[in-house]
Structure formats: structure tokens, C-alpha cells
Design a protein around this ligand. Structure first.
Ligand SMILES: [Zn+2]
Length: 387
């Protein structure tokens, strides 16, 4: 599978050509010019590798660079050229990948294999039945194996008008996730066990002679553990985000960048599981018609008392919130989750996205206390976005 490096090579080639043209007469090559250039280059023997490369994937490289260039010259951003793609070995990390388009069903999945243009049939592990035809396939290298992600189009549900179930979520290093309703989610034990195994193997590898058979063996086992962790994390992320998206109509998260800096001091930032959960939840909420909101990054979610609003300084070590104002005692993370919910609702109200509405007459006649429901005001524009 040299296609990952072909895609990188083509990206770099087209980019350097763009830089040369720009230096010469301040002009860029956009998608159409680049596609033409690719066809022209194929004639030369030097670029015979381009002929071996899947042409739909080559066009996709040009399309991606087109987008990157246009982003790079937008007025509201720092103007700069896109970056060159370094090789897998130079970067010392995984990441070679390329994308190809399913033109007139040229990519087919059957009998446990996927047929990819110019590659042929590759046996795959098939995770689930696909709900619909797919648009494109992205193939990438991770820890010694190639993965094919299939991009499909999923129909979104209509945006929800009444937001009955509201959840604020505190993401932290002790419990992975705590919701304002008191749901605690912790990293699965298997994940932690694997991380211990990873450390052990890394130590072993560093002691062995580089290039020796034993070293290679350890290296192989290390890759396997990396892969296993990656899959388990993704699986865990999907489970948690799915539960959230199904149970809540409005989900409020806090800004993770600030939190990572405050709490984890670089120790946990490499572990992007929390960020993954937020990303996965985002697209699932959108699919189910829910609303997701990130609160302002400087909102004091952990310092406030969720009972009386008293503000006090909290040390990172304090696991219990003891209010100096009203004596209310709460778990630190639960207290922040409730604050995150309240702050989120307030911010959305200020932005005119939601408002509290009085119950309809039917609910009122049930004789219960006054219940307010949160109503989404931007349903029409959300519908337009979804369409
Ligand atoms: Zn209080």
C-alpha cells in the first residue's frame, strides 16, 4: 500500500507548484488547474507512479488542497500556505491516508472483502451492516494496519422543539464524565489495563537492541496493544456518546482546552478521549435533532455553589464542594456539572436560541406544581441547516 505515500507525494508536488506560481505571478492553481496538471504529468515517465495511483483519489488530493488554499487566503484568518505532509517515518507517528470516491459503485463490499480501485480486493473486518450506499472511503494507516473508513450519508431527524431533558457535563480526570443528573461514567478498566501493558512493553523495547529479532517482536506486540487501545477507546466513546445523544435533548459541555491546561498539565492532554467523546456526541446530537452547546471558556463552573450561587475558590485537590454561603455539600464534579447546565441554558437564552415557556393547559390541569419547559426558538433555521 504505497497509496498513502502517493497521496502525500502528490499533495507536496501540487503545493510546491502552487508556491512557485505564487512567487512568480501571485496566482494560485485551483482545483481545475490542478486536475489538468495531474493529467499532463501522467504522460511523463518520472511520474509513472501517478498512473498507478487511483485517479479519483488523486482528484481528491487536488480538491483537499484547493480547500486548504482557499482557507489559507481567506481575509479573516492569518494568511499562509498549507503545510507540506511529512512522511510517516519522519513524523514518527501514524497518519498516512488517502480518500477515494465511490464513483458509479467502483468500491464494492462483499464476502468479507472490499474492492478498492487500483488496489484490488482486500479482506476486511466488517463492523456493521451499512444503512445506505456510501459516498467515499478514507484509507489510513494506524499502528501497523490499514483502516478503511466509509463515509455514508445519514438523514438527520428534524430539530426538536421542546428540550425536555437537559444535561450539563463535567469532564475531568478522576471520573471521565459526570452529568448534572448524577450519572458518573468512568474509563473502562480494560483501557487502563492496556495502558499499563503499553508502558511495560515500551520499557522492554527500550532495553532491547534496536533491529534485533527480539526488538522486532516486542515492537510488533506494542503496535498490537496500541491498536487495541485505539479500538477500545473508540468503542467506549461511541457507547457514551450514543447514550448521551439518545437520553438528552440539550447537552452542555465546557471548554476543554482551558480545562486541559488547568488540570492535566500536559499529562492527560495527549489522551484525547474526552475530546473524542465531545466530537462524537456533537454529530450524534445533530443527527437526532438535539442541541449541543459549549459554554464560554472562562465561565466559573467549578467555583460556584449550585444551590445558592455563592462563589468561592476551589483547590484542584478538593474533591468535595462545601459552600461557605449556605452550607450545601456536593461532589465537586457533580456540582460543576449542574453549574455547566445552568450556565449553558443562560448563555443560550442570552443568544436567543431557547427560552422558558409556561406549560400548555393540559399539563397545568394535572394539578402538579408549575413546570417550565425549555423551548427552542431557532427551529426554523436549524431545519434549514439540516436540509
Ligand atoms: Zn451555597
Amino acid at each position: 500500500m504505497e497509496f498513502g505515500s502517493y497521496a502525500r507525494g502528490l499533495w507536496n508536488l501540487l503545493l510546491s507548484e502552487n508556491q512557485r506560481r505564487y512567487a512568480h505571478d501571485k496566482k494560485f492553481l485551483f482545483y481545475n488547474d490542478m486536475a489538468k496538471l495531474i493529467t499532463e504529468l501522467k504522460q511523463f515517465d518520472e511520474f509513472s507512479w501517478l498512473r498507478a495511483f487511483d485517479s479519483a483519489a488523486a482528484q481528491q488530493v487536488a480538491r483537499d488542497l484547493d480547500v486548504a488554499l482557499k482557507n489559507g487566503i481567506r481575509k479573516d484568518r492569518i494568511q499562509r500556505f498549507p503545510k507540506y505532509k511529512l512522511s510517516y517515518k519522519k513524523k514518527k507517528q501514524h497518519g498516512d491516508s488517502y480518500r477515494t470516491i465511490n464513483n458509479s459503485d467502483c468500491i464494492r463490499i462483499k464476502n468479507g472483502t472490499i474492492s478498492i480501485p487500483k488496489v484490488g480486493q482486500v479482506s476486511i473486518r466488517y463492523h456493521r451492516k451499512l444503512p445506505s450506499a456510501f459516498k467515499s472511503v478514507s484509507i489510513s494507516y494506524h499502528h501497523g494496519t490499514w483502516e478503511a473508513s466509509i463515509v455514508i450519508e445519514v438523514k438527520k431527524e428534524a430539530p426538536k422543539e421542546t428540550l425536555g431533558a437537559i444535561g450539563g457535563f463535567d469532564i475531568n480526570s478522576v471520573h471521565t464524565l459526570v452529568s448534572s443528573s448524577g450519572w458518573y461514567v468512568t474509563n473502562p478498566k480494560s483501557l487502563r489495563n492496556n495502558e499499563a501493558k503499553l508502558k511495560q512493553l515500551q520499557r522492554k523495547l527500550s532495553q532491547q537492541q534496536k533491529g534485533s529479532n527480539r526488538w522486532r517482536n516486542t515492537k510488533h506486540r506494542l503496535q498490537h496493544v496500541h491498536l487495541k487501545i485505539r479500538r477500545q477507546r473508540l468503542d467506549f466513546g461511541h457507547q457514551v456518546s450514543n447514550t448521551i445523544a439518545k437520553c438528552f435533548d440539550l447537552v452542555v459541555f465546557e471548554d476543554l482546552n482551558v480545562k486541559a491546561m488547568q488540570q492535566w498539565n500536559g499529562r492527560m492532554t495527549g489522551d484525547n478521549l474526552m475530546g473524542e467523546i465531545v466530537d462524537l456526541t456533537r454529530y450524534k446530537m445533530e443527527r437526532y435533532g438535539g442541541l449541543i452547546h459549549n459554554i464560554n471558556r472562562f465561565a466559573p463552573s467549578s467555583k460556584l455553589c449550585n444551590n445558592c450561587g455563592h462563589s468561592q475558590t476551589m483547590d484542584l485537590k478538593d474533591r468535595v464542594f462545601e459552600c461557605m454561603g449556605c452550607g450545601h455539600i456536593d461532589c465537586r464534579d457533580w456540582n460543576s456539572a449542574k453549574n455547566i447546565e445552568a450556565i449553558g441554558v443562560k448563555e443560550l437564552m442570552q443568544a436567543g436560541t431557547v427560552c422558558w415557556a409556561l406549560p400548555t393547559s393540559q399539563v397545568k390541569s394535572s394539578g402538579k406544581m408549575k413546570v417550565r419547559t425549555l423551548v427552542r426558538l431557532d427551529v426554523e433555521s436549524a431545519k434549514r441547516d439540516a436540509a
